[in-house]
Design a protein around this ligand. Sequence first.
Ligand code: CP
Length: 313
Amino acid sequence: MKLARKHLLGLEGVSRSEIETILNAAESFKEILDRKIPKVPTLRGKTAVNLFFEPSTRTRVSFELAEKRLSADSISVAAKTSSSVKGESLIDTVKNLEAMKIDFLIVRHEAAGAAHFLASRIDVSVINAGDGCHEHPTQALLDLFTMRQRFGGLDGLKVVIIGDIAHSRVARSNLWGLKALGANVTICAPPTFLPPGIENLGAEVSTDLDDAIDGADVAMVLRIQKERQGEHLLPSFREYARLFGLNGKRAARLKKTGFIMHPGPMNRGVEIAPEVADGPRSVILDQVTNGVALRMAVLYLLSGGEIDDAMAH
Ligand code: CP
């Protein structure tokens, strides 16, 4: 099975079978990462540039690791130390990178649509590593992978996404991906964190966390995005923690087999209590581990690689 696309810009419109192809490939790459020497020559001769206009720890490092594990040449550019601070436009920056004959551009930018804009103007494979409040497809894919790893499949799972939905690209990408794989999604947030029209995206909407989380399989907790003025939509962090923070008592309302996710970085004591983040039901660090294999899968498939039936288990 191959992925008939050159770019990964979002999960909106990506089919169940495409998502399953990516998750199946990630399964195989995860096995490679468990080897003594976790490196394969698959992308030898290819060059990837990771261009980040916003801060990142997990996404940037896991893309770099994925590229290195696949033997691609990997270069990371932090916008703060690039010529964009001298006023160079985004498209000029990227056209110059393209002129150096790169194969992949992994881009994070504060403007929604930045990755789409670039993909329509350059002849390089573009991967969206987060565009403003719009989409973060590889984060959602690694989240789906982590859920599938735990439950075997997502059909009929009850997943509650909690918190700053208005500013969350992770929530949007997860919504598309979860729906494609047959999960039932509830969005739970204070009204000020609910973007207009969210109810039209096929999710239940709740403003009562105790009710929403009752009997759920997965609680996906989101960070309040202070850099996007998220805190100004709240009376106080204390009030938020009281009404929407995931503490031990609330987490106990999940199904016995239920678990807790967070894309990171976390505001401990605000959206999630430390005992929950570090507790036995938390798979937060598993998500991070899975990010490397998942990003290897995306790079491999976008380069034209295919998975055989054996890989697709
Ligand atoms: N989840 C996520 O995107 O984390 P980073 O901002 O650290 O990349």
